[in-house]
Design a protein around this ligand. Structure first.
Ligand code: PGA
Length: 255
């Protein structure tokens, strides 16, 4: 069984000194308790803090990821950052299609498909975020939504490359209301079947949306959950480390 993956998405938080402090604190805890042996960890700070965080994590087992990239490799796109630029400063991962990008910045599936290609070209591991809104869930559209959001990647040649799928129900993100274990179980099972049917059994499926130290153990013990994408609780060393510990524990119990 492969190691669980826990990703911290810091969103638009941390000044550079805070980012350094947070990364250093997480590293110290992880190394002290040897969690690096049972969990893979990725920190995704804002673009301007990536280099500082990469410096803090140099020589550790913790990877750095970006929260986004642009659809083109270079050119006249004022204010944008390419996947190749991210790779060049030490990123290994990049979040693609986070629900905040889809809603607030109007990213559509075509753009997201382009970004995935750029990520692979730059040898980054894309973490594709998918998930339904509350209204879509209430209308029983979860299955269609998730399948449609995966359609682009599942029909693409590169799907056999390394990537990660993050199921994040939009209604659970930043609301303090995580999905119930049963809800997570059925959607993850559905995604697992879709991925396995298209030659993507190697792709881990993370859950994201209001993961806390209190609910992490239950979430990580759900079948087909390979780890978590953590927002708010990744901004404090104690809470993020407690979530990592829960992932390590779930892994030890399962294997
Ligand atoms: P949250 O965010 O943990 O604060 O709900 C998760 C995410 O947006 O990835």
């Amino acid at each position: 069984m492969s190691l669980p993956l826990v990703v911290g998405n810091w969103k638009m938080n941390t000044l550079v000194w805070q980012a350094r402090e947070l990364a250093r604190g997480i590293r110290q805890h992880i190394e002290l308790h040897h969690f690096d042996r049972s969990v893979r960890i990725v920190l995704c700070p804002p673009f301007v803090n990536l280099t500082a965080v990469a410096e803090e994590l140099a020589g550790s087992s913790i990877d750095v990821g970006a929260q986004n990239c642009w659809t083109e490799p270079y050119g006249a796109f004022t204010g944008e950052i390419s996947a190749a630029m991210l790779r060049a400063i030490g990123c290994r991962y990049v979040l693609i299609g986070h629900s905040e990008r889809r809603t607030l910045f109007h990213e559509n599936d075509a753009m997201i498909a382009e970004k995935l290609l750029r990520a692979w070209e730059a040898e980054l591991v894309p973490i594709l975020c998918i998930g339904e809104t509350l209204q879509q869930r209430q209308l029983n559209q979860t299955w269609n939504v998730v399948e449609n959001q995966l359609r682009g990647i599942l029909s693409c040649q590169e799907r056999s490359k390394k990537w990660v799928c993050a199921y994040e129900p939009v209604w659970a993100i930043g609301t303090g209301i995580a999905a119930e274990a049963e809800q997570i179980k059925e959607v993850h099972e559905f995604i697992r079947l879709l991925l396995n049917g298209r030659g993507c059994s190697h792709v881990p499926i993370l859950y994201g949306g209001s993961i806390t130290p209190e609910n992490a153990s239950v979430i990580f013990s759900v079948q087909n959950v390979s780890g978590g994408l953590v927002g708010g609780a990744s901004l404090r060393v104690e809470s993020f480390v407690a979530i990592i510990e829960a992932a390590a524990h779930a892994y030890r119990t399962r294997s």
